[in-house]
Design a protein around this ligand. Structure first.
Ligand code: 13P
Ligand code: SF4
Length: 354
């Protein structure tokens, strides 16, 4: 496997600083939470809107999404659900690339988000200018990009993938003899390469959450809990994935937790997932893979700072007045980005995966 050049140190610093300085919603009393939830429910009806929510956001938002008939899921499921649901307003409670995917698929709908500044370090580590130039240098390669990218990067790609279908799609391309550029997550690219044996040129982006999981501390935790099983998201470092009993997207990890015979699970992903994992496998004890300890301190500490920007307060505010919170994408970019996303959805639907 080849690798693209390292992400410039200045960009890495910029991303870390954005993560550390992401706005934190204030804490609310149970009474305030209850009042806001009621208000949001009424506003959803008034706006003919539905909540489409990622597993990593605050548990109260996941509970409210379920209670109002919305969808809580992984990024593939979110894109598919928004595409099928009849509501005229999609409220995407997650990070910006998820709202952009919803808009690319549904140009006729209003797509709003509680905070448009909710970004993603993978998206940030793949700027369109340098990425496009890199692709131009390798015209013989199929360009495969992770859903965690901007609309412009998707528009430059041949295929979009998520963590739930990246291995299957790259295996399919390899079976046709295609060589691949994979971007932006270096750990996911590495994992896909190991699983498929494909010829991959791997972009060197990183997720501030998963990149911090520490193999050394995980090993210690496993020694202290010899009966525990490790389940990991493929954005985690290879040394962590090497110790995992199951690897997959957030939805696939919930299914793995349900299927596991172990009483204790050590989980390498954002701890926001614990809410749904507890619901699906209530008998399991869940532990997070350490992010700090002897070998380092943490920036995200197992919780995405941008997912954490979503709150009941800013959700109520955006439903009251969506001005400045609506996703807008240049039509020529949207049309180009639609092609690889639809290709992915068709691939996953044909295999019964959405
Ligand atoms: P999933 O597609 O597995 O939900 O992953 C999205 C993501 O951002 C993980 O960090
Ligand atoms: Fe991006 Fe990582 Fe946050 Fe997922 S957890 S949205 S990959 S920064």
């Amino acid at each position: 496997m080849g690798i693209a050049s390292e992400i410039p140190p200045q960009l890495v610093e910029e991303i870390r600083s954005k993560a550390l300085n992401a706005a934190r919603p204030r804490g609310l009393t149970p009474e305030q939470q209850g009042a806001l939830s009621e208000k949001i429910q009424a506003l959803l009806e008034k706006n003919n809107a539905v909540l489409i929510t990622h597993y990593y956001v605050d548990e109260q938002l996941q509970i409210l999404t379920d209670a109002t008939g919305g969808y809580v899921g992984d990024s593939l499921g979110m894109a598919d659900y928004g595409n099928r649901h009849p509501a005229t307003t999609l409220v995407v409670v997650g990070v910006r690339f998820m709202g952009e995917s919803a808009k690319i698929l549904n140009p006729e709908k209003r797509v709003i988000m509680p905070d448009l500044a909710a970004e993603c370090s993978l998206d940030l580590s793949c700027p369109i200018g340098t990425f496009s130039a890199f692709c131009d240098e390798h015209p013989d390669r199929t360009v495969v990009v992770y859903a965690n990218t901007s609309a412009e990067v998707k528009a430059r790609s041949d295929w979009v993938v998520t963590s739930s279908n990246a291995v299957d799609i790259v295996a399919h391309l390899r079976s046709k003899g295609e060589k691949v550029i994979f971007a932006p997550d270096r750990h996911l690219g590495n994992y896909v390469q190991n699983q498929t044996g494909a010829d991959i040129l791997n972009w060197q982006g990183f997720c501030v959450v998963h990149d911090e999981f520490k193999a050394k501390e995980l090993q210690r935790l496993m020694q202290e809990n010899p009966d525990a099983e490790v389940i990991a998201h493929p954005e985690s470092p290879a040394e962590v994935l090497d110790m995992a009993h199951a690897i997959g997207s957030t939805t696939q990890l919930i299914n793995a937790a349900k299927a596991s015979k172990a009483k204790t699970l050590i989980v390498a992903t954002d701890f926001g997932l614990f809410h749904k994992m507890h619901e699906a496998a209530p008998d399991k004890q869940l532990m997070a893979v350490p992010t700090g300890g002897d070998s380092a301190s943490c920036v995200s500490c197992a919780h995405c700072p941008w997912m954490a920007m979503n709150s009941l307060e800013n959700l109520a505010a955006v439903l009251e007045n969506g001005a400045g919170h609506e996703i807008e994408i240049d039509e020529s970019v949207r049309k180009k980005a639609l092609i690889p996303i639809e290709r992915m959805l068709e691939f996953s639907r044909s295999r019964g995966n959405v």
